[in-house]
Design a protein. Structure first.
Length: 370
């Protein structure tokens, strides 16, 4: 394979990564990011649009959408092999890249996605799932239901009895449940994600760390387990774990952050892992107001990497593989629908990555002016 061909494939992969992450891309920004001409990016977009991996728009591209012109749909789309229903608890924070990855994989696989937005509520989950089933248009379901609380067994049983195959997305049922089928899932390995954060901070010399968990998040249990394991392996205290939301839209968030930082001072804590980005941003902003220097006085690693780069200083963050989770879920469902019950059940964990920025690294020494 020629270098030119290889570089083209690499550009296409990077372009699609940016598209899945943001939902839309602009030619000018991509050209600057990839260090090529705008003409080259336009050609790349045209080539990917011909494969129905994206939709060309003026000045850029978006993920494939049913809003594309009918003539373009007729040129690029045959009748879908399958229609897959997808129910997610949010259509704004965290979930758009997962949906984008699912749509991209669906376009490549020749299948359709019917998307429904729900909430973190069993009743609404059931209502949206039931609507998809009653319409008799879907052959499989990708679901992210609420699996917290005392009624989780009942919800898992209800899902297990649905008349079409189900794959859970960013969700995991209890390790053992008395169901006809052990439910398949695809999710980020959040325990590994927090381990990446802790080991990075440990490498920077921090020995007293704290973990701030977003209250009520399904991710919290995985983060807490990973935290206990890595702290035990490194021989550092694991006691400072706080389960509280401190986003700016929470009443009394400043008082909560003040109490958190008082606990850090009392424990000699020099670094925090904070889930999620909005909470980390709130802590960073409060620190700036109080003259607490990041990372000199307190290092911070955020978890989610949705908006972590927008803070000053930019926050080091663990980035769950959101678009890849959506992509693998669709590919797994297509394999299930194609091969049937002879295909062994799969439970897939996808590794996050650590994006290192200024909030966890020593600031460079500034030379005095000449």
């Amino acid at each position: 394979m020629s270098d030119e061909r290889l570089f083209g494939l690499q550009r296409h992969e990077r372009l699609m990564d940016e598209l899945r992450r943001h939902g839309a891309v602009r030619v000018k920004e991509l050209a600057a990011l990839l260090g090529v001409s705008e003409l080259t990016i336009r050609r790349d977009i045209t080539a990917l649009a011909a494969q129905n991996l994206l939709t060309k728009v003026h000045g850029g591209a978006t993920l494939p959408t049913d809003l594309a012109p009918a003539s373009a749909q007729r040129r690029h789309r045959a009748a879908p092999r399958f229609t897959i229903g997808m129910v997610v608890p949010s259509l704004d924070y965290y979930w758009p890249p997962i949906v984008g990855g699912a749509r991209s994989a669906a376009a490549a696989q020749g299948v359709a996605i019917q998307l429904r937005g729900s909430t973190y509520d069993w009743a609404e989950d059931r209502r949206q799932i039931s609507r998809l089933i009653e319409a008799q248009q879907v052959q499989g379901l990708l679901l992210a239901p609420n699996l917290e609380g005392d009624g989780v067994g009942e919800m898992v049983q209800w899902i297990d009895n649905l008349p079409v195959p189900v794959i859970l997305v960013e969700r995991q049922p209890p390790r053992w449940t008395p169901t006809k089928h052990q439910l398949e899932f695809v999710r980020s390995d959040h325990a590994l994600g927090v381990e990446l954060a802790v080991r990075h901070l440990h490498d920077q010399g921090h020995r007293s760390l704290g973990l701030l968990l977003s209250k009520g998040s399904p991710t919290s249990a995985h983060l807490a387990r990973g935290w206990d394991l890595v702290c035990a392996e490194l021989g550092i205290p694991a006691g400072l774990v706080i389960r509280e939301s401190v986003t700016m839209d929470q009443p009394g968030h400043r008082d909560t952050i003040a109490q958190l930082l008082a606990q850090c001072r009392a424990a000699g804590t020099t670094a925090l892992v904070i889930h999620s980005d909005p909470d980390a941003m709130s802590v960073a902003q409060y620190c700036a107001e109080q003259g607490i220097a990041i990372p000199d006085d307190l290092a911070i690693v955020a978890y989610d990497d949705e908006i972590a780069q927008l803070v000053e200083p930019a926050l080091t963050a663990v980035r769950p593989p959101k678009s890849m989770v959506g992509r693998i879920a669709v590919e797994q469902m297509v394999a299930r629908l194609t091969e049937g019950r002879r295909r062994p059940n799969q439970r897939v964990l996808v590794n996050p990555e650590l994006v290192i920025r200024d909030s966890s690294m020593p600031l460079p020494f500034a030379l005095p002016p000449a």
